[in-house]
Design a protein around this ligand. Structure first.
Ligand code: SF4
Ligand code: SF4
Ligand code: SF4
Ligand code: FES
Length: 931
């Protein structure tokens, strides 16, 4: 669409800008800065401070340049004696009601009020300095990360608008009128008691020290800044670490970060203090048995011991008796090295990643249908959506910055379908309300998706031209006939899904006919016995309605951890070399054999659950586990710990003595994301740089430890910097061919595929044709899980996470984020609670076929009757003591989301919890004894 250009004169300069641009913005583009206080680039103009007044020929008065749009032929003056006088008058009023403690103010040198006093040439304040309106207001120190000093507030409204426009929480208002106006959180309550979610957008927007990070108050402002990428969720926010020497002062979301556009959440912006927490493991340690005290040793001794143990095990039990697990929290380069170590130095394919337990069905399902194991869009694409279908995801908690971008689009009028067993926040939150909420029974995603397909097929809502041009004809016809079967009708499946047929029909019609429709999904889709089937059913729906291959549509997996996408891309699965190429492919394998100088096995290796089985069988005895806490995060904890206890050498590389480390024989200190260089790949395939802002606290970055271990095993790797690892990935992986650190530095980030045809990356996939050529519809027959409710286990437990905590909580539990969530609770519907005599806050025992644990109850109508829910952020909760080993038929992704349980009041911790407490205390003593 052609943009209409408008030409105007500003202070004698001819300026051409798009129609609709404000005079202030046009002036800025011409290099002329008009004084301002209430305006900022990232928020809508507000026009309250009156500092940006200008003179415009032919206009009466002095219009505010921030709210005045340009007009063709306009002549604007931004400086004149009269304007100077008016601006000084405005500043006089502000300063008369502002504390004059500039020299001791934390914003000194970084304060727009101070700047404007200088710019306007304010030299005296005729009204005195005793403005009685704000000066004596008390500070609100309730938030652990920022303070609110109302005495310094100039009521510019930037914080209020940031909370509304950027974050979408609407926690702030301006209370009172005129000189009595002041910013208020919630119902004029402390921030921590209001609905504020501590995203920090208001703090960033505040031009004064009113809202200020406590770290800045304590440490002063940073003296240099380094751009890096958040190490928490799959949004992958770009952050500028503002530093004082090697100490982080604050994290400021990067305005030019394409994943976050200047925003962040309470984790990325504030919860980085774990990196310097006293619990960090800083010295390598070894022990012969897990009942022995740890012994601190040199890096050389620890690596030598690990290598000789691995060699001993292989000599005695065969080459396949050891393997490696790498976390999706690690960088691409670290993941690549671990799989290379396993394949080239261990000589087998026994490597897996924690993506196994979250998004492996995404990799499988999207590859089968669309041809590539990745999401199809950029986050920015949501701005072009007309209909958004969110299934099995809770973005406001799990992917908060994407949720803010999504909510912004919803407030503009996009329609929303939520498919989730719980009444998640998106169903009804400030100025957002789902058009349809399908509150299905856990485990019935495939039935719901098949029923939607049925409506689309039988009501003539198919995108027939798209299907004819872009999809395999025969596969489509088979799928169409399957979907049309009467047993897939919403009415026929009502009893199974628990969803009223008319609601389901409404959802299907809206998705198929509402314009650009996009599906966003999360672990509520993948972590099921039919996880892969559900992913394929989602892809089927998108193809059937022509919602693939352009902006505003697509299939978008919301990846849980920061580098789930990347860890899958770079070959961390036992059956795939980097770029999702099967180990059995002789050509691909040959390329790696040549580059690595060793023969590679053609048979897939063991997946994580197979490693546990093999350990219990006595055929798998050594494990190298980098950055992953399998004891807390994998299902059926007792099974996992039994497997670890059956192994002879467990090597854990982590920043903390995590739950898995309690079963380890070698502990190699890890490095946090602040201590190393590398890259993460977020949910939109965006590769972003992680940059070292401080030296590795234990001496080595994680990639260096893997290189050292490989050398001790007799397979030297020769890298001087992670950029060389990326160069090797790019040489050997066609979809990464154009990726290099130099190009990442130049472009900021790159969405793969990045090839000669797409040297700057690929924001939208499958544009003219699917990666696999023609899209393939796949029949997705619903099969109920074997995890049935019975009289003994009448409720279904489903699990998830909460905004302030992150996965196993090893990082966030060691920050002030615990002030929002310091224990896992069991959410239960009032009917189920009442039936069992359970009141809010009571201790309840949760028993499944796998085990039993005890939590406190949270009675809430967010749940539907018959379904209970908990998070899994605290090890002592034992959430995974009760989850079972059921898993996805195609990928073994655990069925975390469906466990049949009974819930009853109890008065003491479960037997497992008591044993856990004893074991943990003993392990802490063994660690102390060695230190
Ligand atoms: S921290 Fe975020 S949620 Fe809280 S008031 Fe500020 S902008 Fe709103
Ligand atoms: S708290 Fe800051 S951003 Fe909010 S109105 Fe006051 S000065 Fe403006
Ligand atoms: S946790 Fe996710 S949303 Fe929050 S700052 Fe980090 S990447 Fe962004
Ligand atoms: S900046 Fe324009 S009125 Fe405040």
């Amino acid at each position: 669409m052609a943009v209409e250009l408008v030409t105007l004169d500003i202070d004698g300069h001819a300026v051409g800008v798009p129609a609709g641009t404000s005079v202030m913005r046009a002036a800025a583009l011409a290099g002329i800065n008009i004084p301002k206080l209430c305006a900022t680039d990232s928020l809508q103009p507000f026009g309250s401070c009156r500092l940006c007044l200008v003179e415009i020929d032919g206009r009466r008065g002095y219009p505010a340049s921030c709210t005045t749009p340009v007009e063709q032929g306009m002549t604007v003056r931004t400086q004149s004696p009269r304007l100077q006088q008016l601006r000084q008058g405005v500043m006089e009023l502000y300063i008369s009601d502002h504390p004059l403690d500039c020299l001791t103010c934390p914003a000194n040198g970084d304060c727009e009020l101070q700047d404007m006093a200088g710019v306007t040439g304010l030299r005296e304040v005729r009204y005195g300095y005793q403005g009685a309106h704000h000066l004596d207001l008390a500070k609100d120190e309730s938030n652990p990360y920022f303070s609110f000093d109302s005495a310094k507030c100039i009521v510019c409204n930037r914080c209020v608008r940031a909370c509304e426009e950027t974050q979408g929480t609407f926690a702030l208002t301006i209370a009172g009128r005129g000189f009595e106006s002041r910013v208020a959180a919630g119902q004029s309550e402390p921030f921590m008691q209001s609905e504020c979610v501590s995203c920090g957008a208001c703090v960033q927007a505040c031009p004064t020290a009113t809202l200020q990070e406590k770290t800045v108050i304590r440490l002063g402002q940073g003296e240099h800044s380094i751009n890096t990428t958040c190490a928490y969720c799959g949004v992958g926010c770009s952050l500028n670490a503002e530093m004082k020497g090697s100490e982080v002062v604050r994290m400021v979301p990067a305005r030019d970060g394409k994943a976050n556009e200047g925003h962040a959440c309470v984790k990325g912006r504030f919860a980085w203090g774990y990196a310097t927490h006293k619990d960090r493991i800083l010295k390598p340690m070894i022990r012969a048995r897990i009942t022995d005290p740890w012994r601190e040793v040199s890096w050389d001794e620890a690596l030598d011991h690990a290598a000789s143990e691995f060699k001993r095990i292989q000599a005695a039990h065969g080459v396949d008796a050891i393997g490696g697990i790498v976390s999706s929290r690690c960088t691409n380069e670290e993941g690549y090295l671990v799989q290379k170590l396993v394949r080239a130095a261990f000589g087998n394919n026994n490597v897996d990643t924690c993506a196994r337990v979250c998004h492996s069905p995404t990799g499988y399902g999207l590859k089968q249908t669309l041809g590539e194991s990745a999401g199809t869009q950029s986050f920015k694409s949501v701005e072009r959506c007309d209909v958004v279908l969110v299934i099995g995801a809770n973005p406001t908690d799990g992917h908060p910055v994407f949720a803010s971008r999504l909510k912004k689009r919803l407030r503009q009028g996009a329609r929303l379908i939520v498919i989730d067993p719980r009444r998640i926040d998106l169903v009804e939150t400030a100025h957002v309300r789902a058009d349809v909420h399908l509150q299905l029974r856990p485990g019935t995603n495939v039935a719901v998706l098949s029923a939607m397909a049925h409506v689309i097929v039988t009501e003539g809502l198919l995108a027939t031209d798209f299907i004819a041009a872009r999809c395999e004809e025969r596969a489509f016809e088979q799928w169409r006939d399957f979907a049309a079967r009467p047993d897939n009708a919403p009415e026929a499946l009502e009893a199974v899904t628990g969803v009223a047929a008319p609601l389901l029909r409404a959802a299907a019609r809206l998705y198929a006919t509402g314009g650009n429709a996009a599906i966003y999904y999360g672990l509520g889709v993948t972590e099921h016995a039919q996880g892969s089937t559900a992913v394929m059913a989602i892809a089927n729906l998108a193809m059937a309605t022509g919602n693939v291959g352009r902006e505003g549509v697509g299939v978008n997996p919301l990846r849980g951890q920061n580098n789930v996408q990347g860890s899958c891309d770079i070959g961390s699965f036992p059956h795939e070399l980097p770029g999702y190429r099967h180990v059995a492919d002789a050509t691909v394998r040959g390329a790696f054999e040549q580059a690595w100088g060793v023969p590679l096995q053609a048979e897939p290796g063991l997946r994580i659950p197979n490693m546990f089985e093999a350990a219990l069988d006595g055929s798998f005895l050594g494990l190298y586990c980098q950055g992953e806490d399998i004891v807390q995060s994998d299902p059926n904890t007792r099974h996992v710990t039994a497997a670890l206890q059956a192994m002879e050498c467990v090597v854990v590389q982590d920043i903390f003595l995590n739950e898995t480390a309690k079963f380890a024989h070698v502990l190699l200190p890890g490095s946090s994301f602040l201590e190393k260089d590398g890259t993460f790949t977020n949910a939109e395939r965006r590769i972003s740089r992680v940059r070292k802002v401080m030296a590795p606290r234990a001496g080595y970055a994680d990639w260096e430890v893997t290189v050292q271990l490989s050398k001790h095993l007799g397979y030297p790797m020769d890298y001087r910097h992670p950029s060389e690892i990326m160069d090797e990935i790019a040489r050997l992986t066609p979809t990464f061919a154009g990726v290099s650190y130099a190009r990442l530095d130049a472009l900021g980030s790159i969405q793969w595929p990045c090839t000669a045809d797409a040297p700057e990356g690929t924001p939208t996939m499958h544009v003219d044709e699917f990666v696999r050529g023609k899209g393939r519809f796949i029949i997705t027959q619903y099969v109920g899980t074997s995890e049935k409710v019975t009289r003994k286990y009448p409720l279904i437990l489903t699990t998830g996470r909460i905004l302030s905590q992150y996965n196993v909580g090893a990082q966030t539990r060691r920050t002030d984020n615990v002030q929002w969530h310091d224990e896992d609770r069991l959410e239960i519907h009032p009917h189920d609670a009442q039936e069992r005599g359970i009141a809010d806050g009571d201790w309840v025992g949760i028993a499944s076929r796998a085990g039993e644990t005890v939590l406190r109850a949270l009675v809430t109508e967010r749940m539907q009757p018959g379904v209970v829910y908990t998070t899994f952020h605290f090890p002592e909760s034992g959430a995974n003591v009760i989850t079972t080993e059921n898993s996805d038929w195609a990928t073994n992704c655990p069925e975390y989301k469906v466990t049949a349980v009974q819930v009853l009041p109890v008065s003491q911790p479960s037997a497992w919890q008591q044993a856990y407490q004893r074991f943990s205390a003993a392990q802490a003593r063994l660690a102390d004894a060695g230190a």
